[in-house]
Design a protein around this ligand. Structure first.
Ligand SMILES: [Zn+2]
Length: 426
């Protein structure tokens, strides 16, 4: 099962032009050292690696065993709606055998794992009913076995116990400065002399413990979105007109509202979230563009927004969203102008991309995507295609195709901003 290789470029950062003098020599070296320092490090002997996962039944108990290279500290808790057991570990490496993860055994429905934030790896165990973690412990090596993390899960006898909230430390906020997102200071108000670079923030959907949708031959959406975002960033920077930031530049989980606040902190003039969809009908293919609306344009759009808005839930944290009333006020007041701008950009984008690729019918759609809710930043979400369709999946795995899309998106962005500038001059 091949998946797209996650790109591992250094995170976006503001321009660091070297000053004159000896620094011109020293700074690139220092910079290289710094950049290398924040790249995903190769797993050293001191760090634990998960080498296998097994699941089985013993009486009424479902036992999961994670084989480890080292002893690790861990915390475990359960969540409801849907029922899940979550295990947090220090950042570990994953070298699992090339076979599907265990699933549908006893209480176990599905397993997910990945980087939750810098320094924390997370395993999410979807369970079929309210769980009770009977035991969880690490076994020392014996015989052929190495270290093993063992988790025993029973159906909860007492449902109120199973619904107890997780410990506070289980809901950390990923720190923007720690996940490779260097936000520049907000732009000063007023007229800046000379040509001003527009700030574009690209948001690769999903990441880390949240793989997004999984393609017909096993491609993870989170890898496609990151690769696309990186190709688009390069394309935009080549024009010399834009400063570009990504909301994540590695395979890590980022909460939806953090994606929005990162765009605002960067002083974004435009926010583009990239995703890829999957549906039952494997013949459906094509790209589509979404902008925010209180009312979804159709049932499919509403369902898609609901699915994408569940990203936080999938990563095993409770949704702490704004109440519908707050959301409505935001939409009613500050958001109207951003929504107009978003729609203008979306129609230009649809026109431009129509020249490059196959489009889904009713290409520009509307729905309540959480990630498009920055009240003051025009925002669109691009569903690049359907990973459930072989042709779309294959195309999105190819860098040539992604560069073709990036070229179209870049042209649409350039046209959008020159229209705005022209309108100001009139
Ligand atoms: Zn998605």
């Amino acid at each position: 099962m091949k998946t797209a290789k996650p790109c591992q470029h250094p995170p976006a950062r503001p321009c660091q032009c070297p000053p004159a003098g000896p620094w011109r020599m020293i700074l690139p070296v220092l910079l290289a050292f710094f950049v290398v320092g924040i790249l995903p490090r190769p797993v050293s002997a001191a760090e634990a690696i998960v080498t296998d996962v097994r699941a089985g039944m013993n009486g009424g108990t479902t036992r999961l065993v994670f084989d480890l290279s080292n002893r690790v500290e861990f915390s475990i808790f359960s969540l409801t709606d849907p029922f899940r057991v979550v295990i947090d570990l220090p950042e570990v490496g994953w070298r699992l055998p090339a076979r599907p993860l265990p699933g549908n055994i006893g209480m176990l429905d599905k397993l997910r794992y990945g980087l939750f934030k810098v320094g924390t790896s997370r395993i999410v165990i979807d369970v079929k009913s309210a769980p009770e973690v009977k035991k969880s412990f690490v076994l020392n090596p014996d015989g052929d076995n190495g270290y093993r993390l063992v988790v025993d899960i029973n159906p909860a006898g007492d449902i109120t116990k199973a619904m107890s909230p997780p410990p506070l430390k289980a809901q950390p906020q990923p720190d923007a400065t720690q996940v490779g997102f260097a936000a520049p200071p907000r732009k000063p108000d007023g007229l800046a002399p000379g040509p001003v670079k527009r700030v574009v923030v690209i948001d690769p959907g999903h990441g880390g413990v949240d793989p997004g949708t999984i393609g017909v031959s096993g491609t993870y959406e989170k890898h496609i979105t990151l690769a696309m975002a990186q190709d688009l960033k390069k394309q935009l920077e080549r024009t010399g007109k834009f400063t570009v930031f990504l909301t994540r530049s590695r395979d890590i989980f980022v909460q939806l509202r953090d994606r929005v606040s990162r765009a605002r902190d960067a002083g974004a003039d435009l926010f583009i979230s990239v995703h890829a969809d999957a549906i039952k009908n494997k013949k459906t293919r094509g790209l589509s563009v979404y902008t925010l609306s209180e009312k979804a344009s159709d049932k499919e759009a509403a369902q898609l927004a609901e699915k994408e808005n569940k990203a936080d839930l999938i990563a095993g944290i409770n949704l702490v969203g704004e109440t519908p009333e707050v959301t409505n006020i935001l939409i009613d007041l500050a958001q109207r102008e951003s929504m107009n701008q978003s729609s203008k950009f979306a129609s230009g984008l649809v026109k431009e991309l129509g020249r490059q690729t196959k489009m889904l019918r009713n290409t520009h759609r509307f729905a309540g995507f959480a990630v498009l809710k920055a009240p003051d930043v025009p925002s669109v979400l691009i569903e690049l295609g359907f990973l459930s369709n072989r042709a779309d999946e294959k195309a999105l795995r190819s860098q040539n195709y992604r560069i073709k899309l990036a070229t179209g998106i870049s042209r649409a962005i350039t046209a959008y901003f020159s229209n705005i500038e022209e309108a100001y001059r009139k």
